[in-house]
Write a protein that binds this ligand. Structure first.
Ligand code: SF4
Length: 470
C-alpha cells in the first residue's frame, strides 16, 4: 500500500460551479494555476497569453463552458468561494483585461483561445497548453484535466496528500481487511484517516458545508423555472415536479422544505421525489450554478438526491452525523474508482461519472442504514456493475441531455443497490467491487472515443438540433 498518496474526502467532494468538472472546473483551475505560476517567473514585459485546448476539451468545450472557465481562472476567481454574481458577470464576457507584474493586456476568447479538436496530447484526452509570451522569453505549461476537477501536469497521477494516515487503503479489499481488523465501520475508518490531515472541527465544518451546498443546490433547482442556457431550449422540470409533490405545503427555506417533504411516502411519490431532486441539482449545474462536485459535476445530482431520500424517507431519525457517515463512505468508494479506473468521461464515458456517483451513493446509503462493511461494498459493486459501458454522448456538447435525467437513474439505482445489499449475504456474491472497477477500466480502454465526451456519436449525432453559433 502506498501511504504517500492519500486522497481526502475533500478532494473527492468539493464545491464547484457547473456545468462540468473536467471541462469547466478543470480548465478554470488550470488557468488559475498558470496565472499563479507567472508570479514566480522573471518574464519582463508580457505581450499576450495564449491558451490551447485539445481533444475532448476542444470538441465539447463550448457546450461545457471551458472558454468561460478559462476567463474565470485567468481572473483568479475561486469557484468554491467567489460570488455567483461576479462569476456570472465575467462568464458573460468575451475578453478580460489582465494585469501581470508591470504588464496590462487583454485576453480575448476570439484571439487568444485556440481549439484543437483533431489533436490529442499524449497523457490524457483533456489537455491544455498555456503560454505567456514575453518580450524576451515565453513561459509554457501543459495541464491535464483528469476528471472531477482534478488538474495535473504530465506524469502526475492525481492530487494527493503526503501525510501518513493510520489506514492507507488502495482498494476495497484493503479497506475491508482494515475495517475487520480494527472492528470499525467504513465511515469510522475514513474519519480516522481524515484526522491525520486536519482537526475534528475542520472535518465537521467541511462536511457540514458540503451538505449545506448540496441542500441549497437541490432547493434552488426545485424552485427555479425557465429554459436552460446553451440554445437547446431544454425546459427545467424540477420546479414543476416539486410543486406537484408539495401542493399543500408552504415553507420559506431549505430546512422547512425538507420537513414538508417527509409527508407522503407512497412508493410512486418517493420515486418521483428522488428523480426530482437529482434533476434539480443537475439543472442548477447546467446553468453554471454552485453544486458539489460528487465526484463530477455531470453527476452532481446523485449524492444529494440519495442523502435527502435517506433524510426524509428512510424511516429513521436522520442527524447531521448520518450525513457525515454518508459522505465519508461515499468519498472513500469514489477514490477507488479514481485510482483503479477513471472518473473522467473523456477517458471512460458516463460509467465513470454517473456509474461512479451511483456506486458512491449506494455505499453511503447502506452505511447509514446499518449495513456491514461487506454490505456497503456489495451495494457499491451492484450500482457500478449496472452502469458498465454507459456512454457519454451529450447533445450539442451541453451537460443537459442525457445528463440531467441520467442523474435520476443513477440515484434510483443507488437506492435499489443498497436495498438488495442490505437483504443479501455478501459472502454469496460472485463479483467484488475491485473486479467491477477493473472491468470499468478495461471497458473504458476499449470504448470508442466517439462515446467519450466528444459529442461525435450516440445521441449527440442521432438527435438533430439547431444550436445558435456562439
Ligand atoms: S453523458 Fe454522462 S458523462 Fe457525459 S456529460 Fe452527461 S453526465 Fe457527464
Amino acid at each position: 500500500m502506498n501511504s504517500e498518496s492519500y486522497i481526502s474526502v475533500f478532494d473527492m467532494l468539493k464545491v464547484g460551479i457547473g456545468p462540468s468538472s473536467s471541462h469547466t472546473l478543470g480548465p478554470w483551475q488550470a488557468a488559475r494555476k498558470f496565472i499563479q505560476s507567472l508570479t514566480k517567473q522573471p518574464l519582463g514585459t508580457l505581450l499576450e497569453i495564449q491558451v490551447h485546448i485539445y481533444g475532448s476539451l476542444a470538441l465539447t468545450g463550448k457546450g461545457h463552458a471551458s472558454d468561460k472557465a478559462i476567463l474565470l481562472g485567468l481572473s483568479g476567481l475561486d469557484p468554491a468561494t467567489s460570488e455567483l454574481a461576479r462569476i456570472q458577470d465575467i462568464a458573460a464576457r468575451h475578453e478580460i483585461e489582465l494585469q501581470i507584474s508591470e504588464s496590462t493586456f487583454c485576453f480575448s476568447l476570439l484571439k487568444n483561445l485556440h481549439f484543437h479538436p483533431d489533436t490529442q496530447l499524449p497523457f490524457h484526452p483533456n489537455g491544455m497548453r498555456m503560454l505567456a509570451v514575453g518580450r524576451e522569453e515565453t513561459w509554457e505549461q501543459v495541464y491535464y484535466s483528469i476528471g472531477g476537477g482534478f488538474v495535473v501536469q504530465e506524469n502526475e497521477v492525481h492530487s494527493s496528500h503526503s501525510q501518513k494516515v493510520p489506514f492507507p487503503c488502495n482498494n476495497s479489499t484493503d479497506l475491508l481487511k482494515a475495517c475487520l481488523q480494527a472492528g470499525c465501520s467504513i465511515s469510522e475508518l475514513v474519519w480516522q484517516n481524515e484526522c491525520a490531515l486536519r482537526s475534528e472541527e475542520e472535518i465537521q465544518h467541511g462536511l457540514q458545508h458540503l451538505w449545506q451546498v448540496m441542500k441549497e443546490s437541490a432547493y434552488v433547482g426545485c424552485h427555479t423555472e425557465g429554459i436552460l442556457p446553451g440554445g437547446l431550449q431544454v425546459k427545467r422540470r424540477a420546479a414543476a415536479l416539486n410543486k406537484q409533490l408539495l401542493r399543500n405545503h408552504s415553507y420559506t427555506h431549505a430546512d422547512e422544505w425538507l420537513e414538508a417533504m417527509k409527508e407522503g411516502r407512497d412508493f410512486r411519490k418517493v420515486l418521483t421525489r428522488i428523480s426530482c431532486l437529482a434533476m434539480a441539482v443537475n439543472e442548477v449545474n447546467a446553468s453554471m450554478g454552485r453544486i458539489v462536485t460528487a465526484p463530477t459535476n455531470g453527476s452532481a445530482g446523485v449524492l444529494p438526491a440519495v442523502i435527502i431520500y435517506y433524510w426524509c424517507f428512510s424511516g429513521q431519525t436522520a442527524s447531521i452525523e448520518d450525513v457525515y457517515r454518508f459522505l465519508l463512505t461515499a468519498a472513500e468508494i469514489g477514490k477507488y474508482f479514481k485510482r483503479g479506473a477513471t472518473i473522467s468521461a473523456a477517458a471512460g464515458g458516463c460509467q465513470a461519472e454517473i456509474g461512479v456517483s451511483s456506486s458512491m451513493a449506494a455505499a453511503g446509503l447502506t452505511e447509514c442504514l446499518g449495513g456491514s462493511p461487506q454490505q456497503v461494498l456489495m451495494a457499491a459493486e451492484i450500482a457500478a456493475e449496472h452502469h458498465l459501458g454507459l456512454t457519454c454522448d451529450p447533445i450539442g456538447g451541453l451537460v443537459q441531455i442525457p445528463c440531467i435525467e441520467r442523474n435520476s437513474m443513477g440515484a434510483i439505482k443507488a437506492v435499489t443497490a443498497a436495498m438488495i445489499a442490505l437483504e443479501s449475504t455478501p459472502s454469496n456474491a460472485k463479483v467484488s467491487l475491485d473486479e467491477v472497477i477493473k472491468t470499468m477500466k478495461e471497458t473504458a480502454e476499449h470504448m470508442n472515443s466517439r462515446f467519450k465526451e466528444t459529442s461525435q456519436g450516440g445521441l449527440a449525432t442521432n438527435v438533430s438540433v439547431n444550436l445558435p453559433e456562439c
